[in-house]
Write a protein that binds this ligand. Structure first.
Ligand code: SF4
Length: 342
């Protein structure tokens, strides 16, 4: 049996507001209610396969960055589990768990805040492989030279500090730093969103080149469906912490099934679309502090029925490797996303 490279099983994550002792005493004295918990993710199941680029798409606040951090081991899920090649992280001993999480590296949106401004680029790149015993100190210079060349940066710049680079160059340094520990998975969280459009294209080309080399798998988190269509093999659409549709890029872009996906796709600017007016999705994403009952999309859905306000739709198979959660669809109920993506 072949297992996915990385698999999230029924991951949920809630955040509780921090309350110190004084705050608790004041709240109790004033008879104020206990602060509500934020449910950022609800029962999310996903599988990433070797060599695959999996896109995770949704509006701001839908939980996609939380999901990325959980997949990278930076955040713990409140419930559910994460498995690497079929072995749950919870079943690994601490050393194995740490070395396995080293195979999963994350690249963040803001390239400057991800880099220590006091360190030279050579130190930033060589630090992790030296600490983890992956690099012999005597090979350091050649290693940094090769790492910078791989991401299209001039190796002569290795003694500079991060502030001496442009935004796009800093993101290349972040990519070089992530690749320095020989990862198997890169989690890219809006990694091109903060860059100018021309620089975005350069960084996307770096990702495309890494993808073509075939020894890396990606989780590409973005709100930009145009970029996702260009780069990804499969896409999961996240709405208010839940997956509402997942499928191959071809299936999802040519025959979107969920009304939310359909609305998102209508908003992609296309050359030749003329001066058509855009029809934004009505309303705003509801607060995760008080999510709507039933289908989370019902307050904004043009097809909402009374059933939608009462009952949560489950994911169902609507095509080959294509699942969606909507009462209007009549596919085969599915309880496991990962089963279908094998
Ligand atoms: Fe719209 Fe109802 Fe489908 Fe939700 S279940 S997407 S509200 S039609």
């Amino acid at each position: 049996m072949t297992y996915p490279l990385l698999e999230a099983r029924d991951i949920s994550r809630t955040f509780s507001p921090h309350e110190d002792l004084i705050g608790k005493v004041v709240r109790t004295a004033l008879r104020q209610p206990i602060p509500a918990h934020v449910r950022a993710l609800s029962n999310v199941s996903l599988a990433l396969h070797t060599g695959e680029v999996l896109g995770v798409v949704g509006e701001s606040g839908c939980g996609k960055s939380t999901l990325g951090r959980i997949l990278a081991g930076i955040l713990q899920p409140s419930s559910g589990s994460l498995a690497f090649q079929g072995t749950p992280f919870s079943a690994m001993d601490p050393l194995t768990r740490a070395s396995t999480f080293l195979k999963i590296q994350m690249i963040f949106q803001d390239p400057m805040s991800s880099l220590n401004p006091r360190k030279r680029v050579s130190d930033l790149i060589a630090e992790a492989p030296l600490v983890h015993g992956l690099l012999d100190p005597k090979d350091r210079d050649r290693f940094v030279h090769d790492a910078l060349t791989r991401v299209g940066l001039d190796p002569q710049t290795q003694s500079r500090f991060p502030h001496q680079f442009s935004g796009g160059q800093r993101q290349r340094i972040n990519i070089a730093r992530a690749l320095a520990v020989n990862p198997e998975i890169l989690i890219c969280d809006e990694s091109v969103a903060a860059l100018d459009v021309s620089i975005q294209a350069q960084i996307l080309n770096v990702f495309m080149a890494l993808k073509e080399q075939g020894d890396l798998s990606f989780v590409f988190i973005s709100h930009d469906l145009g970029v996702v269509e260009h780069l990804c093999d499969r896409v999961a659409i996240l709405y208010l912490g839940q997956i509402v549709e997942v499928g191959t890029v071809d299936a999802l872009f040519q025959a979107p099934q969920h009304p939310y996906t359909q609305a998102l796709l209508k908003e992609i600017p296309r050359i030749g679309a003329g001066k058509r007016r855009f029809n934004p999705i009505r309303g705003e994403i509801p607060s995760p502090l008080s999510p709507p009952s039933g289908c989370p999309f019902h307050p904004r859905c043009p097809h909402s029925t009374p059933e939608c306000t009462q009952r949560m739709p489950g994911l169902q198979e609507v095509g080959h490797e294509h699942l969606a959660a909507c009462h209007l669809l009549h596919g085969t109920p599915s309880h496991s996303l990962t089963e279908l993506s094998k």
